[in-house]
Design a protein around this ligand. Structure first.
Ligand code: ATP
Ligand code: MG
Length: 635
């Protein structure tokens, strides 16, 4: 029997050792016992990080939708697969059972085929968080088309870049979308984008907000009539284990986004296995991940991982602040959510508004709280733990990337003891290593370096779409024979990992390497501070000095900025040391963020260095207006 569900720490260590000593046997057992295959593999793993080339379950044939849908129909036909919670709390939630999901996916798949989509074609999905988004991705997978989901908050030019990069033949969109009290003219954005895309032949439009839109003759079609006319049966395409399942662009925190390519079998096995264990999902639990399906978190842990386990997964259309900052907790109470997975940016935004709205709702159904996307600072961790989890639900700080496909370093709840700001231990099968600048591996504990992974895991991205050379350079060239993550980390005295920030953002002050996360963590501890970001700027003596951007909590009172600066530096001195004190502290209204909510330090670095001429790719910026404000007020 394979160890599909880990239940205690001893078992974790035992299974971990096995997964590292005999990775092929380990993953073969998991794959064999928990998934359905059209044909088994000839070889479990073939890899060469120098090319780089990685193949898992070579020669196997399958269709991921048979694992996510068909096989559940015998036992879970009437179980809710997708629970749709609309933007407005008064609009009725929709329970889509596995049976209904199967019919809707098959109809959609037939519509794709009738519109000329074939195996291997790329389909861009630019749809808000409504059921059609999940259904469209699964429909593509059903027929072997490669989906490229673009977050439906991106601008026309960012959308066009992604459509062209993947050479998409079709775009699936909606007339518009709801986002809190606003509506967004999605179809208008698609029309603008397509002015610059010649590859797109067809646009399918879902109706959501009933707005008046332009339909271009011969190109655009309303989706619903096509679905209504389509058959509810659709044979799944036979896919090779290594056939691409999707392309997904990274968040764009560090530069031009990369179209990561994920393939079928390894991705399925790893996302399903991590979902089961990282969330300790049990039959009849209701699981909610607040991410958008436009990010990897949504692909792996709203759609594929949960559905492969026959889970009930919530799909929320709205935002945490609408109709008020209690919306998340209202939904937790309403649907009796058991596992709740969100991002530090959301936690910080909610914490800014106090605890009244959290205390108002019954959150006793919660068993597991998750965090992903950025380092979670200590203050936010405690706020989440105390007020949401009532110190009763372990927090899993899950570190991973678009490139890794699934969770890589995380506590397993009720198994691994947690520690604030630590992602703790590697997941089963993951072999992290910390490297120094010279490419030497730092052995033992209490070391800090560049985070690498030494052995392939099943869901590692196989390439960057259309640019294998960039894939090689970005991930496999910094260190020999190992995958470089781009992040820095430390390993503490018991072997727990803490992510210290991106290596690009590391600042060298008087010869000392300083990661951003621990310093920002110290700043955020100050009771007046809501959020902060630090960057380096050139300094004659120290090489670099630290520039901090600090957002204060809205308390209504005015504060003396000079006193605050002193107190912040005092806090840093105590927690980290005088070397990490900030030379400049600018108080600002906001921080530039990616559309997935991450702080874009590269823009702040340019401003701090007085290099505003070239801010780099800003198409993934959520809030361009704050950039000008920060420039105007810079010190
Ligand atoms: P780009 O690669 O385009 O610059 P990005 O790195 O933000 O964008 P993602 O793949 O969405 O794109 O994010 C992965 C990164 O997010 C990680 O490399 C890490 O820097 C950060 N991250 C994710 N989860 C955590 C976590 N739990 N703790 C610390 N950092 C995290
Ligand atoms: Mg990245």
């Amino acid at each position: 029997m394979s160890n599909y569900h880990i239940k205690h720490l001893e078992e974790y260590f035992q299974v971990y050792r096995k997964s590292v000593r005999e990775p092929e046997n380990f993953w073969e057992e998991i794959a064999e016992e928990h998934f359905i295959w059209r044909k088994k593999w000839d070889k479990v793993l073939e890899w060469d990080f120098t090319k780089p080339e990685i193949k898992w379950f070579k020669g196997a044939q399958l269709n991921i939708t048979e694992n996510c849908i068909d096989r559940h129909l015998a036992t879970r036909a009437n179980k809710t697969a997708i629970l749709f919670e609309p933007n407005h709390p008064d609009e009725k939630a929709e329970h889509i059972t596995y049976k209904q999901l199967s019919e809707r996916v098959y109809q959609f798949a037939n519509v794709l085929k009738e519109n000329g989509i074939q195996k291997g074609d790329r389909v861009c999905i630019y749809v808000p968080m409504i059921p059609e988004l999940a259904i469209a991705t699964l429909a593509c997978a059903r027929i072997g088309a490669i989906h490229s989901v673009v977050f439906a908050g991106f601008s026309a030019s960012a959308l066009a870049t992604r459509i062209n990069d993947a050479d998409c033949k079709m775009v699936i969109t909606a007339d518009g979308s709801y986002r809190g009290s606003k509506t967004i003219d999605l179809k208008g954005i698609v029309d603008d984008a397509l002015e610059n895309c010649t590859c797109v032949e067809t646009v399918l439009v879902a109706k959501r907000i009933n707005s008046d839109i332009q339909m271009k003759q011969g190109r655009d079609q309303w989706l619903q009539p096509l679905l209504d006319a389509a058959s509810k049966e659709c044979q799944a395409e036979t896919m090779d284990a290594e056939d691409p399942l999707f392309i997904l662009y990274t968040s764009g925190s560090t530069g031009m986004p990369k179209g990561m390519v994920h393939t079928t079998a390894g991705y399925m096995v790893y996302t399903a296995y991590t979902f089961k264990n990282a969330f300790q999902y049990r039959e009849n639990d209701v699981y909610w991940c607040t991410a958008d399906i436009g990010w990897i978190t949504g692909h792996s842990y709203i759609v594929y991982g949960p559905l492969a386990n026959g889970a009930t997964t919530v799909l929320f259309e709205g935002v945490p602040s609408y109709p008020d900052f209690g919306r998340f907790w209202q939904i937790v109470e309403k649907h009796k959510i058991n596992q709740f997975y969100t991002a530090p940016t959301a936690i910080r935004a909610l914490a800014k508004h106090g605890t009244e709205l959290v205390d108002k709702y019954d959150l006793s159904s919660l068993k597991v709280l998750g965090s992903v996307g950025e380092p979670i600072n200590e203050e936010a961790w405690h706020w989440y733990n105390d007020n949401v989890g009532k110190k009763n639900s372990p927090i899993i700080d899950t570190w991973w990337q678009t490139e890794t496909g699934g969770i890589m370093i995380t506590p397993i709840p009720y198994v691994t003891p947690t520690k604030p700001t630590y992602a703790t231990l590697p997941f089963i099968g993951i072999q992290p290593a910390l490297m120094d600048e010279n490419g030497e591996e730092l052995k033992g504990n209490q070391v800090e370096g560049r985070l690498c992974i030494k052995h392939p895991w099943p869901s590692i991205a196989r390439t960057i779409w259309g640019n294998h050379q960039r894939y090689k350079e970005t991930y496999f060239s910094a260190f020999e024979n190992t995958y470089f993550t781009g992040d820095g980390a430390l390993r503490d005295e018991v072997g727990y990992y803490r992510i210290t920030g991106r290596v690009d953002d590391v600042i060298i002050v008087s010869g000392h390497n300083l990661g951003t996360a621990p310093i920002e963590d110290a700043i955020n501890e100050h009771p007046a501070v809501a959020e902060s970001a630090i960057v380096g700027f050139p300094h004659e003596i120290k090489g670099s000095a630290l520039y901090g951007y600090v957002i204060l909590k809205d308390t209504g009172e005015s504060r003396n900025h000079d006193n605050l600066r002193k107190e912040i530096n005092q806090a840093i001195s105590e927690k980290i040391g005088p070397i990490a004190k900030l030379d400049k502290i600018q108080f600002s209204e906001g921080l530039p963020k990616t559309r997935s909510g991450k702080i874009m330090r590269r823009i702040l670095r340019k401003i701090a260095s007085d290099d505003m001429g070239n801010l780099g790719d800003t198409s993934t910026l959520l809030n361009p207006e704050v950039v000008q404000n920060i420039i105007d007020d810079r010190l």
